[in-house]
Design a protein. Structure first.
Length: 154
């Protein structure tokens, strides 16, 4: 990939994709480790979520300010709008499929337990993280689609 020939929007998509991965791979690794150790509590999740959010905002701001300083002004054209629409379709598809699969898996895994309140994957804290994971996967798909479409020229 020749970085100097890439457009502002392509560079922005690559930056955002990288930031998402840098922030949320460790975040979800931490969350699912807590779940596996049966120590997933709302306080730990809230702290990790706030830290990840602040870190992501800082990385995005710094990297996009640097990108804006080093790039020339560009106007959005039909190709940019087509790529944006395609990336939103991909993101929605990922979100719909992953959320649907998560719901199905949760229901199937809970069936043997009936109404038992001690089912760990039915805890609201865990469910919130499962659906947040679906959302982050959709965002990764969106920015990956944008970056690849700019790279391929479609």
């Amino acid at each position: 990939m020749n970085v100097s020939s890439a457009s502002f929007r392509e560079k922005s998509a690559w930056i955002t994709l990288g930031v998402l991965l840098v922030v949320f791979v460790p975040y979800f690794s931490f969350i699912f480790q807590l779940f596996a150790a049966e120590r997933l509590l709302a306080g730990a999740v809230l702290g990790a979520f706030v830290a990840a959010t602040v870190f992501m905002i800082l990385l995005e701001c710094v990297s996009h300010i640097a990108l804006a300083i080093c790039s020339r002004s560009e106007h959005q054209d039909e190709r940019d709008r087509a790529i944006e629409l395609k990336s939103f379709r991909v993101a929605y598809g990922i979100l719909a499929v992953t959320a649907f699969c998560a719901i199905g898996a949760i229901v199937l895994l809970a069936l043997p337990y009936g109404d038992s309140p001690a089912v760990p994957w039915l805890a609201p804290v865990f469910l919130s993280q499962v659906f947040f994971f679906c959302f982050v996967l959709a965002e990764v798909g969106k920015y990956l689609t944008q970056a690849m479409c700019y790279r391929r020229g479609s």
